[in-house]
Write a protein that binds this ligand. Structure first.
Ligand code: ZN
Length: 141
């Protein structure tokens, strides 16, 4: 087991579904970071068997809605003075903007490129979203 307290101040993104760690790493543009970042893949988790983890030795802004959309089972730990100050359990966001695109060719977002794609969660169990403009359905998983 890797010890959390190897970080003095920063963020640990934990319980990431195996294989999603790299996706989140890229989404957060951590490859360009000038602080210490560790991407741990396929760590053993008591909760889910295997998991990915990202340790960030810095306090950065996280888009929790976006992270929750990628993987709602993620836990975000805020570390201060080597201890967990805050533990945030993510969930599927009720709304997402500018993350996924509407595939309906007749949707206004297809015609007008500058419009931000907006989706609303309509089924939490199945992770089904609908386009706010044309009601076109998007199923995440
Ligand atoms: Zn649409």
């Amino acid at each position: 087991m890797l010890r959390i307290n190897s970080i003095r101040k920063g963020i640990v993104i934990d319980h990431i579904k195996p294989g999603y760690g790299m996706k989140i790493y890229e989404y957060l543009k951590l490859q360009d970071a000038n602080f210490t970042v560790a991407l741990i893949m396929n760590a053993i988790s008591r909760k889910y068997g295997r998991k990915d983890m990202i340790k960030i030795e810095n306090v950065i802004d996280l888009d929790l809605a976006m992270l929750g959309f990628i993987d709602p089972k993620i836990t975000v730990n805020i570390i201060e003075d080597e201890v967990i100050k805050e533990k945030i359990n993510l969930s599927l966001p009720d709304r997402i903007e500018g993350v996924i695109e509407c595939k309906n060719p007749r949707c206004i977002t297809s015609e007008e490129r500058e419009i931000v794609h907006k989706f609303v969660l309509i089924d939490k169990e199945k992770a089904i979203y609908k386009c706010e403009y044309c009601d076109h359905i998007y199923q995440g998983r």
